[in-house]
Design a protein around this ligand. Structure first.
Ligand code: HEM
Length: 396
């Protein structure tokens, strides 16, 4: 009897242990499932490698210049002896020299301010998404950082404002509105500012810009275009066969620590820094082109040497590419007085092939410009002017 009671008790205990183990197993299984589905814990995030620390743009060395003693514009003369091909022509630029401010600042500023007042939306545009908005604000922050360090007597960071001593303007700093950020930046420099952003097609597109002094194109005509479309539509000579592949590779692989620069030049038929009216009506809807240009009664005094100093760098935070275009603009009759220039410029123009000549509109001005340059060169040789100054190396 005793052993029978014991057996029944034993069987009950075994059954209980079985249920306890089963329930325990079930609970553990449910817990494992829940943990797997739960968002990653802090500990898990910790185990993911941290992203690289943000690259800090080096601050430029200060120049002890007030707005009254800014240097005269740099004389870029990017024309060579011998053949002048259209090339990428990229060179390294020092952090100190990213932006050049000179004694023409007020003139550039006032034209920009006037253009922005006249039609803000046609000069400042951005693609409204978080990355591009951030790139616009970052552009402003980088430019303010540069200017307040490089020209501390002209640009001052005071509390929540950047003050331009030369113009008396005060810009809120930092700025969260993308259009305002671009416009502040544009008014603080002589350059036009363009942001190239990688889109889903893997191409860089012109997704934002503050462009007030383009000469012969309008921002809305190029807005959102890819690097290739921009250049193909502008008719850049030999773009597809000679430039496209290397330019795209350059844009993709460019790193934050290596800004670059390049120079070019054009001949313009009037004195419009912001817009060449002989190329078309600024307020019209037609794309400006040499085919539609008007060179009737052209005098050499009207002809201008338009030269761009461009820079390109990758911004550290947004990773977009900031393209700056600084235009230097002088009458031909002025630059032709510089030793070596009339002869070298005429030689460069004569070296262009038919495609480049067409792109640069040569047939619309060569009959006025080339005889003039030849004559100035002849006078320089005759008067021994060339010996007075050593000839500069490219781009001078
Ligand atoms: C590394 C960067 C770049 C290179 C190497 C390059 C190269 C060139 C070249 C060779 C030309 C022919 C005239 C000249 O020599 O300048 C040209 C024209 C042009 N490029 Fe670029 N480009 C670059 C970036 C850009 C960007 C970012 C834009 C965006 C707006 C742009 C817009 C244009 C336009 C609109 C023209 C036609 C200018 C005119 O004929 O009025 N380029 N580019």
């Amino acid at each position: 009897m005793i052993s029978q009671t014991w057996n029944v008790a034993q069987a009950k205990a075994v059954t209980n242990i079985f249920w306890v183990i089963l329930a325990g197993g079930l609970v553990s299984w449910v817990v494992i499932l829940l943990v797997r589905r739960a968002p990653k814990s802090e500990a898990h995030v910790e185990s993911v490698p941290k992203s690289e620390p943000l690259f800090q743009t080096p601050a430029p060395k200060p120049l002890d210049l007030s707005e009254k003693d800014l240097n005269a514009p740099i004389l870029y003369r990017p024309c060579k002896h011998g053949p002048n091909f259209i090339t990428m022509g990229l060179r390294k630029v020092e952090w100190d020299d990213l932006i050049e401010m000179d004694s023409n600042f007020m003139e550039y500023h006032d034209i920009k301010a006037q253009e922005l007042k006249k039609d803000f939306k046609s000069h400042v545009q951005y693609l409204d998404n978080p990355n591009v908005r951030d790139a616009c604000c970052e552009t402003y922050e980088e430019i303010a950082m540069y200017l307040t360090h490089r020209y501390p007597r002209v640009f001052k960071l005071e509390g929540d404002y950047v003050r331009n001593v030369a113009t008396g303007e005060q810009f809120p700093f930092p700025e969260t509105d993308a259009a305002k950020a671009l416009a502040h930046a544009a008014l603080m420099v002589q350059d036009d500012l363009i942001l190239m952003v990688e889109e889903e097609d893997g191409q860089y597109h012109l997704d934002a810009g503050a462009v007030c002094l383009p000469g012969f194109w309008r921002l809305h005509e190029k807005y959102r275009m890819s690097l290739d479309t921009l250049h193909i539509e502008a008719g850049v000579p030999h773009y597809e066969e000679k430039l496209m592949k290397s330019m795209n590779r350059y844009f993709k692989t460019m790193t934050v620590d290596k800004p670059i620069t390049r120079n070019n030049f054009f001949i313009q038929l009037d004195d419009g820094l912001h817009w060449s009216h002989r190329m078309g009506d600024q307020d019209g809807s037609e794309v400006a082109s040499w085919e539609r240009s008007d060179s009737t009664n052209l005098h050499v005094e009207e002809v201008h040497f338009r030269s761009e100093r461009q820079t390109l760098r990758r911004l550290p935070r947004s990773k977009s590419l900031l393209f700056t275009v600084r235009t230097y603009f002088e009458p031909i009759t002025v630059i032709a007085q510089e030793p070596h220039i009339p002869g070298r410029l005429a030689e460069a123009i004569r070296s262009w092939d038919d495609t480049v000549s067409k792109y640069k509109g040569k047939k619309h001005w060569e009959h006025i410009l080339l005889p003039y340059l030849d004559e100035q060169h002849r006078l320089q040789v005759e008067n021994g002017v060339m010996e007075t100054k050593e000839e500069g190396a490219f781009p001078f």
